[in-house]
Write a protein that binds this ligand. Structure first.
Ligand code: SAH
Length: 223
């Protein structure tokens, strides 16, 4: 998929896209490629028809199974945080959910591996993104705490559910210049954290307060 095809796929009017792009800029997103992509992505295709009229609001929305599609701002923010022009080959996403964040990653990285623990969300997103023409995504049903060793090392790892601690398997699967963004539970709420691998070890930066659904253990196969 390229950005032209993405724009063509939507019912999204130019006015709606421009409004969202403005909002993302106002909220501090600086990377123009990320702003363009997030505001062009037909987000209504990732949610149930009953909520479609709210698809371009900058809010998270329910996708069933007590889960949510991420807010466009947070997708843009997390994407911007892992975006480094020189190493955009291989990315791992934990928490496929609706596949909305996955679609953005797919347009920026050569290869995407995405893991979801709820079978029906995994199935639905795989079907949706395949139908939409995304070709560089490998969908895994599993517990993201373990990462996915077979496709490692990753230039970037993005976790879209709040973890209680930083899963060590994810750090082990990071490339020498790799970076991780994840929401981490703290005593007083969640914080978005960025970790960056360097020659002298991991550098940790606290970005901002966030609200994500919790990262849970194991696979959920029932409805
Ligand atoms: N990026 C998604 C956000 C989905 S919400 C989107 O834009 O739609 C977070 C997702 O993480 C949920 O689907 C939830 O089931 C999943 N999740 C939670 N814990 C997980 C784990 N241990 N492994 C994989 N996925 C997990």
């Amino acid at each position: 998929m390229n950005i032209k095809e993405v724009k063509g796929a939507g019912l999204t009017s130019e006015a709606v896209r421009i409004k969202l792009a403005h909002e993302l800029k106002k909220l501090g997103i600086k990377n123009n490629q990320v702003i363009d992509l997030v505001s062009a992505m037909p987000r209504h295709l990732f949610i149930d028809s009953a909520l479609m009229n709210r698809a371009y609001e900058n809010v998270s929305l329910p996708i069933g199974h007590k889960q949510t599609i991420s807010q466009p701002y947070i997708v843009a923010k997390m994407t911007e945080l892992i975006h480094e022009m020189t190493s955009m080959n291989n990315v791992l996403e934990i928490g496929t959910g609706s596949g909305y964040q996955t679609s953005i990653l797919s347009m920026l990285f050569k290869r995407v591996t995405t893991i979801e623990r709820i079978k029906s969300l995994h199935d639905k997103s795989k079907e949706r993104l395949t139908k939409l023409g995304f070709k560089n995504i490998s969908f895994k049903l599993g517990d993201g705490h373990l990462g996915h060793k077979n496709d490692a090392p990753y230039d970037a790892i993005i976790v879209t559910a709040a973890a209680s601690s930083i899963p060590s398997s994810l750090i082990d699967q990071l490339s020498p210049s790799g970076r991780v963004v994840l929401p981490l539970k703290m005593d007083d709420g969640q914080r978005l954290i960025k970790l960056k691998n360097t020659k002298s070890g991991l550098i940790k930066k606290i970005i901002e307060e966030v609200v994500f659904v919790p990262m849970l253990d194991g696979i959920q196969s029932d409805e």
